[in-house]
Write a protein that binds this ligand. Structure first.
Ligand SMILES: Nc1ncnc2c1ncn2[C@@H]1O[C@H](COP(=O)(O)OP(=O)(O)OP(=O)(O)O)[C@@H](O)[C@H]1O
Length: 800
């Protein structure tokens, strides 16, 4: 029987196994079918081992941790040619450290085998799970650069005992990334290639090589115009062996390339290629990385809390055929970062273009710009084209022009190419695109507001990526105070906090540990910026204890705002009651305490004499609220905005239309998301249209009454005199007896205000009298006495 030499090793193992079984009485000689299958797999395909792709910079660190520079240089340990295993796995594979072996991959759901390639098996001591690690570039090369296959196992086919790659005299490479070239990029690339091959590098024909600009040309940091492309990819197209040209299709042998012995030839062979898929990346600071903790230094490619959206966009794109989709999300929600991450995840080149660069006053020029742009893009396939602000195509003043532009766009995106152009258009909202335009896109994905858990994940992701230190308890506090924040908000928050920390502590380095005060100050600044940007008035800070009494009403509002066990919440509450009982004050306290955005509207402000304008104002208010979620929308004097419909005297039915608009918006609000809460306030609930008070809109009416018992009067008085210095022998309880039975908060406020003024006048008079004694009236001297209150009371009320 002619046994091929490469399988001899496995046959010997098999015979050993049978002999061992014969001598072991406890084991039966029966060889089960699974054993036979495993054996057959081993004989034909080698040992299967599990793997994990690890970011390049982490692997580089690990190698330098375990091997000194001399060993790395002597053995030419280049991470993209190596598979890293533990000592146990090496023993199991019966290999020696740094030995070359033929390796290939097992592809999920496929029986065909990619060609085997040479790889070095390197031991990283104390490495545990899974059985081996390698770079994503190496894995991609092992699949013959097949971007659409999923590898489930690595196979070590055959150990090579005396293998040593030869030096090739000539090599041809082509550039894959960057897609767009100019003289400057060319110069940089030449320099990187020269530096990279200054030490001999081992390659196979067809290999893709990843070159980090920072690593192979660190001087670029000092260039006047820094380049934005930091990673370059090249492909080995052809090598020469004893004057025979070896190209892609006839060999997977390894060759050494070095500047000294090899002539490098750059060809425009194929810029059209996929890239290795990168599902994870390493954080910036890898100071303390080691073999046991390296997983802590790896981050998912999708931003934290946006994993589901990322996966959904990936599933929209797969399989790679020419197609167009849309992604919606408000400004700063991280659309661009997400779409770029999707391109890295799928290993497809990313091109982004802002559509606002196209429009001009001249329609022909506008159309030409679109055509030229797509002509250029078709040379760069396969690629993921991100068209930012696609609404720019729908902003023409006339419908005819819009249609012409759309026709050109449709023609261009439907031109078929050999390799696909995957278009992802993004806009702030679906409403900005015309229906004709919407039909062009197959599927759409909304990047919505982040839930509390997602915000926490996102913040942790950013902190880890940018190596910003915070303690865990602070993260929870930040999350509680930043409802409605998105990716850009958190980036701004950290930037402001770092800036603040550096200026307060006079630190120059960027390695800072942020304190709670830095963060809180930045949150306040951002909230203020935001309030200004949406045109909301800044709300005076009112705390719960500034509102006296009204305990039931406070509880009612708070339970309505908190999601219940079934995640059902009220969409709105109507506060009604006599004037001056604290309805507006309550709304302000809700805004301060809940840390929600707060939009306050006085009913009559929205009414306008022009036809249609009042309804438009209502729409505008709800749009503002939607862009500021989570948001409390407070309508004061709601009876003037939403009176009963069909009443006489309503000129032209404006009131009816405003009510209808209000009802529509409130319905939309509940179905779209639960983060807008409407508070209404009125003195006359009987005048409000009943449709507004049905469940799902303002589904609860709460009475806010005056103070008619001693306890509530005392609570309000305590709240109003919180900042007063009261004379020690005077108690507020004594005042209560003299107050009228029915008083409102506003009346009590008036009385307290007068009492303080009485006190101030008294102190000033005293001061003027003692002018010569140089005695000053400080705050401590402003002790409000019972007499001040009694005088104020007699001014405000008819005493009992
Ligand atoms: N419960 C209370 N605790 C403390 N102060 C109160 C209370 N109720 C009313 N006030 C005082 O009265 C002032 C007016 O109250 P507010 O404007 O909230 O009344 P309102 O019910 O909204 O009146 P209107 O119906 O006329 O708009 C407040 O600024 C506050 O100083």
């Amino acid at each position: 029987m002619a046994i091929q030499r490469k399988y001899l090793f496995y046959y010997i193992s098999f015979i050993n196994y049978v002999l061992k079984s014969c001598f072991n009485r406890r084991k039966s000689l029966v060889i089960r079918s699974t054993m036979l299958r495993d054996l057959r797999v081993n004989i034909l395909f080698g040992s299967e081992i599990q793997f994990k792709c690890v970011p390049d910079n982490i692997l580089e660190k690990l190698v330098t941790h375990y091997y000194d520079n001399i060993t790395i240089l002597k053995h030419n340990l280049e991470i993209h040619n190596c598979i890293f295993v533990s000592q146990d796995t090496l023993n199991k594979l019966k290999l020696n450290n740094m030995q070359w072996a033929l390796v290939n991959v097992k592809i999920t759901g496929s029986h065909s085998l990619p060609l085997s390639r040479y790889n070095r098996i390197i031991v990283l001591d104390s490495y545990k799970e899974p059985e081996c690690i390698l770079t994503s570039t190496n894995l991609f090369n092992l699949t013959d650069c097949n971007h659409s296959c999923e590898v489930c196992m690595l196979r070590i086919i055959k150990p090579l005992n005396n293998f040593e790659p030869k030096i090739t005299p000539k090599v041809s490479v082509s550039v894959i990334k960057p897609l767009i070239f100019n003289a400057e990029t060319q110069k940089l690339l030449d320099k990187i290639l020269y530096n990279y091959f200054s030490l001999p590098k081992c390659v196979s024909v067809g290999d893709i090589i990843k070159l980090d600009l920072k690593k192979f040309y660190p001087e670029t940091e000092y260039l006047v115009e820094p380049t934005s492309i930091s990673i370059y990819y090249i492909k080995i197209v052809e090598v020469e062996e004893r004057s025979v040209k070896i190209n892609l299709y006839n060999c997977k042998n390894k060759y050494y390339i070095s500047n000294l012995h090899t002539k490098l030839n750059e060809v425009q062979y194929s810029t059209n290629a996929y890239l290795p898929m990168e599902k994870e990346f390493a954080i910036n600071n890898l100071k303390n990385v080691n073999i046991n903790n390296f997983n802590d230094f790896i981050l998912n490619i999708f931003p934290g809390g946006m994993n589901d959206e990322g996966e959904l966009i990936v599933s929209m794109i797969k399989p790679f055929i020419q197609q167009s989709h849309t992604v919606y999300g408000v400004n700063g929600c991280g659309k661009e970062l997400l779409i770029e991450s999707v391109s890295k995840y799928l290993g497809i080149q990313y091109i982004s273009h802002c559509c606002f660069n196209w429009p001009t006053n001249n329609t022909t020029q506008f159309k030409k710009r679109i055509e030229y742009f797509f002509d250029d893009i078709r040379k760069l396939t396969p690629c993921l084209l991100h068209l930012e602000n696609i609404e720019a195509l729908c902003l023409s003043s006339t419908k005819d022009v819009e249609q012409e532009i759309l026709d050109v766009f449709i023609t261009q995106i439907n031109v078929k190419t050999k390799k696909p152009i995957i278009i992802i258009a993004s806009a702030n909202s679906k409403d900005e695109l015309s229906p004709v335009f919407l039909r062009l896109f197959l599927q759409s994905q909304q990047v919505g507001n982040l839930s509390k858990i997602n915000r926490e994940q996102l913040l942790k992701w950013i902190l880890k990526r940018d190596s910003v230190a915070l303690d865990n308890i602070m993260i929870k506090t930040i999350i509680d105070h930043t409802s409605g924040f998105n990716y850009t908000n958190y980036m701004t928050l950290l930037l402001l906090a770092v800036k603040n920390h550096m200026s307060v502590h006079n630190i120059k380095s960027t390695d800072v540990i942020l304190e709670e005060s830095d963060i809180m100050l930045s949150i306040e600044k951002i909230n203020l910026m935001f309030t200004k940007s949406i045109g909301a008035p800044s709300v005076q800070v009112v705390k719960w204890d500034d509102v006296g009494g009204l305990i039931n009403v406070k509880e009612e509002i708070m339970t309505a705002l908190k999601p219940s066990t079934f995640n059902m919440r009220r969409s709105g509450i109507l506060l009604y009651g006599p004037p001056g009982t604290g309805k507006t004050l309550l709304a302000k306290a809700v805004a301060t305490e809940c840390k929600y955005n707060f939009l306050s509207i006085k009913g009559p402000e929205l009414l306008n004499m022009y036809i249609g304008q009042s309804e438009a104002n209502v729409r505008e208010v709800f749009n503002k609220a939607r862009s500021a979620v989570p948001c409390i929308l407070f309508f004061d004097e709601l009876d003037s905005l939403a009176p009963k419909r069909g009443q006489n005297g309503d000129s032209g039915g404006v009131g009816d239309r405003v009510v209808s608009q209000l009802l529509t918006e409130m319905d939309g609000m509940t179905s779209e998301n639960q983060q807008i809460f409407v508070l209404g306030a009125t003195n006359r609930p009987d005048l409000i249209d009943s449709a507004l008070l049905r469940p799902g809109r303002l589904d609860k009416s709460v009475y806010v009454g005056g103070c008619n018992d001693k306890e509530s009067k005392l609570h309000v008085l305590r709240a109003l005199t919180k900042k007063f210095y009261l004379n020690s022998n005077f108690h507020l309880e004594d005042l209560i007896e003299h107050l009228p039975d029915q008083v409102t908060g506003a009346e009590l406020y008036g009385m307290c205000h007068n009492a303080w003024l009485n006190c101030a006048r008294r102190v000033i008079q005293k001061r003027l009298a003692h002018m010569n004694e140089k005695q000053c009236a400080t705050d401590e001297n402003l002790l409000v006495t019972e007499e001040d209150f009694m005088k104020a009371m007699s001014e405000c009320f008819i005493l009992k």
